[in-house]
Ligand binder design. Structure first.
Ligand code: CP
Length: 302
């Protein structure tokens, strides 16, 4: 059984195949008749043990465009609240003859744990601070659409790198595609292992912006921060916040991205998020085609 658990363990060829397939699906879903029969008779369970807007709706729409049957589970309102374990929850859902599981969970490694225990295909829709592979794929797709081949391109990931699964999956994906990836953020939000991945760090946001072709800006993940020495949102915004005048001062073309949800006025001002540099809503649009590609390819390899 095939899974998409992360970007770390897939190859450049795998990534290119997904992105090429996504390009074809993007054409399909821009036609008047958007639906294809590719996953007819395949049943997919969307299991969201953690909050989501974009990823959850984008997977569901991608499944509908592929003609799959879908069931949706969120832990709020479920029997998880009565103490049922993750494995029992998933096995009970699989007993209803489900072929593929899309799962978001707050514990890093939760989909990897399940992959050794169940027969269905698993797609990781975000596991705690670990990986968010379909986000990295849709980010790479959106970058290619805007600036072409990513080999040698300069990409800065700016924000709370320590708590971000988007940062880690982006780093793996963009490095495999030949980009030069660097990060920028407060020292306390930069994990130590980045040097072993060959990722350089900017401490000054203006220097990072002056260097890069693409700035992928991340949210401060307050829900994952337990320690007291992280910057307050006010401090973060003062030293690392990006607004339109900072972008205009660069006097160059720059692509501005954000995986969402944006904390407007913290990491991005509204005039930057809504500026002509921003491709934030293109990322969301592309998420549907990229997720169609992932599920279509996994279903072929059963
Ligand atoms: N980008 C992203 O994963 O957003 P959601 O948490 O709303 O799914």
């Amino acid at each position: 059984t095939r899974h998409l658990l992360g970007i770390k363990n897939i190859t450049e060829n795998d990534i290119n195949l997904i992105l090429e397939t996504a390009k074809e699906f993007k054409e399909v879903i821009n036609r008047p008749i958007k639906k294809v029969p590719s996953l007819r008779d395949i049943t997919i369970a969307n299991l969201f043990f953690e909050n989501s807007t974009r990823t959850r709706l984008s997977f569901e729409l991608a499944e509908k465009r592929l003609s799959a049957d879908t069931i949706n589970f969120t832990s709020a309102g479920s029997s998880v609240k009565k103490g049922e374990t993750l494995l029992d929850t998933v096995n009970n859902i699989l007993a209803m003859k489900v072929d593929m599981v899309v799962m978001r969970h707050s514990s890093p490694g939760a989909p990897h744990f399940l992959s050794n225990k169940i027969k269905a295909n698993i797609v990781n829709a975000g596991d705690g601070t670990h990986e968010h592979p379909t986000q990295a794929l849709l980010d790479a797709f959106s970058m290619q659409e805007k600036i072409g081949d990513l080999r040698g391109k300069k990409i800065a990931i700016i924000g709370d790198i320590l708590h971000s699964r988007v940062a880690l999956s982006n780093i793996f994906c963009l490095q495999k595609l030949g980009a030069d990836v660097r990060v920028c953020g407060p020292k306390t939000l930069i994990p130590k292992y980045l040097t072993s991945l060959g990722v350089q760090v900017f401490e000054n946001v203006k220097e990072a912006l002056a260097w890069c072709d693409v700035a992928n800006v991340l949210r401060i993940q307050l829900e994952r921060q337990q320690l007291k020495y992280f910057p307050s949102l006010r401090e973060y915004s003062l030293y690392f916040g990006i607004n339109k005048s900072i972008l205009d001062e660069l006097n160059k073309k720059i692509v501005l991205m954000h995986p969402g949800p944006i904390n407007r006025g913290v990491e991005l001002s509204s005039d930057a998020a809504d500026s002509s540099h921003s491709i934030i809503l293109d990322q969301v649009e592309n998420g549907v085609a990229v997720r169609m590609a992932v599920m279509f390819l996994l279903a072929q390899k059963n």
